[in-house]
Unconditional design. Structure first.
Length: 274
């Protein structure tokens, strides 16, 4: 199977997890792994915005995990962020169909509905689920929303395919690292993204489960830890920062603001491996 964005933090975790599970992995990225990480045996230097090169790199693969892209709108021009992500995801889906790859896992983001990078995020209810409408207003969040609709488009033409869009949120090695990163960020962004995170190992397990699905079509699944990066009671956080947002269930302790039951139901995924 192939993994794009294989040199990134999530990509490296996914490649290692799949390899340790006995899968043969073709790692694809524009750059080799950083920080002296071992380069996978089957590594291809490819820019996912180069469709012919990506199509050729996927030859012989049975599944695709597409993680390549720009991970925020903060450090590059809006057009670069949007165009890279939108072109890359469409190229990945198209190259998959051209290589008769029927199983695809895409990295989406919680921000597909708007959130961390909004001036002031808008939420209609807590906890947030996959049915929540989008209010995105930045190029990164928009690109992830479009990527999900590209997947809908693809399965309409290729109904035998299984495509999973995983809405990741603040992927980090562990909660402590996520908390340190969150507290160092802009306070408005911390509030906007609802103090959430997901561990890298949990992302890797979800990707592995997604490429083993036996259903057809496209599903969007949220991947967020069941707790927040805060020690403050989540109910207190909701009353202080989001008093206008109705609660569909009580937020006790430092429970998270996202409902991930769909990922558990369809993939058997839980954040903390059991």
């Amino acid at each position: 199977m192939a993994v794009t964005g294989a040199s990134g933090a999530v990509g490296s975790a996914v490649v290692n997890g799949l390899a340790h599970s006995g899968h043969s992995v073709r790692a694809i990225d524009r750059h080799p792994p950083r920080d002296n990480t071992e380069i996978p045996d089957d590594f291809r230097t490819v820019d996912v915005c180069d469709h012919p090169a990506l199509r050729d790199a996927l030859k012989g693969c049975q599944a695709l995990v597409h993680l390549a892209g720009i991970a925020s709108p903060l450090h590059q021009h809006a057009t670069t962020v949007h165009n890279t992500n939108v072109v890359g995801s469409y190229n990945a889906l198209t190259a998959a169909t051209e290589n008769d790859i029927a199983t695809v896992c895409l990295a989406s983001s919680i921000n597909a509905i708007g959130g961390a990078f909004s001036r002031r995020a808008r939420y209609d209810y807590f906890p947030v689920d996959e049915q929540h409408p989008t209010y995105n207003e930045d190029p990164y969040s928009l690109s992830k929303w479009i990527g999900e609709h590209q997947a809908d488009n693809t399965v309409r033409r290729h109904p035998h395919m299984s495509i999973t869009s995983l809405r990741l949120h603040g992927a980090n090695p562990d909660r402590r690292t996520a908390a340190n990163q969150a507290h160092a960020t802009d306070p408005t962004r911390l509030i906007n993204h609802l103090w959430g995170y997901v561990r890298l190992d949990a992302c890797a397990r979800a990707c592995a489960l997604a490429i083993e699905t036996d259903w057809h079509g496209h599903e969007v699944l949220q991947l967020v830890a069941p707790d927040t990066v805060m020690d403050t009671d989540s109910g207190d956080l909701a009353r202080r920062h989001w008093p206008e947002v109705p609660l569909r269930q009580t937020l006790t302790g430092n429970s998270g603001f996202y409902d991930c039951t769909k990922a558990r139901r369809l993939l058997g995924w839980t954040h903390d491996e059991r």
